[in-house]
Design a protein around this ligand. Structure first.
Ligand SMILES: Cc1cc2nc3c(=O)[nH]c(=O)nc-3n(C[C@H](O)[C@H](O)[C@H](O)COP(=O)(O)O)c2cc1C
Length: 187
């Protein structure tokens, strides 16, 4: 059996200079070479509309295919008003539809996140953990990767300058890869 793994990264922000997308890029550099890592482009995903779920919009079809073809999903979530962004919830809603055709069920999920505030998206991450568990994803339990005041922890080249955050991120990714390998073998 092939050992190759594919992980897709989804950042819950459309901002051009999104710190959370930058976190995904850093994660891509920390993953083992044999892991194919792609960051999903969610910029063209429309607002969810149940009327369209049996004739999915093209960008949604593409996103669902990308996620379905992956062995794990790595979510990088900002925190908006104490929860995940509407953009991220919208993407998750599309990924679970139509009923019975979830693109995420059964897959391992990593959750990381950064905010400019003091608490590193902890509320958003807890909410996301709850949502993904209900969607039958295997969420990596520890370590939490809560990058607070992230604007002070990235250098001009986009590298993390905070050694603790970097260490937790590496451990989280190692566990995501382990989980993806195990679940791939079981299936
Ligand atoms: C609508 C809105 C609500 C926000 N609410 C929070 C919040 O509850 N807690 C927090 O730490 N930061 C909050 N922020 C600041 C974000 O952490 C910051 O904008 C961050 O850079 C967003 O992530 P991004 O860089 O990936 O776009 C909020 C930002 C916006 C635009």
């Amino acid at each position: 059996m092939s050992e190759s793994l594919k992980i897709v990264g989804i950042a819950g922000s459309l901002r051009k200079q999104s710190y959370n997308r930058q976190l995904l890029k850093i994660a891509g550099e920390l993953l083992p070479k044999e892991v194919e890592f792609v960051i999903a482009d969610i910029s063209a995903i429309p607002l969810f509309n149940e009327d369209l779920e049996n004739d999915l919009p093209g960008p949604v079809v593409d996103l669902k295919q990308t996620v379905q073809s992956a062995d794990a999903v790595l979510f990088a979530t900002p925190e908006y008003n104490g929860s995940i962004s509407g953009v991220l919830k919208n993407v998750i809603d599309w990924l679970t539809r139509p009923r019975g055709q979830s693109s995420v069920s059964g897959k391992p999920a990593g959750i990381i996140g950064g905010t400019t505030g003091m608490f590193g998206a902890v509320n958003a991450q807890m909410h996301l953990r709850h949502i993904l568990s209900l969607l039958n994803m295997y969420v990596i339990p520890q370590p939490l990767v809560l990058v607070s005041q992230i604007q002070n922890k990235l250098d001009a080249q986009g590298h993390l300058t905070d050694a603790t955050a970097q260490q937790f991120l590496q451990q989280h990714l190692d566990r995501l890869v382990q989980a993806a390998k195990r679940i791939k073998i079981e299936n």
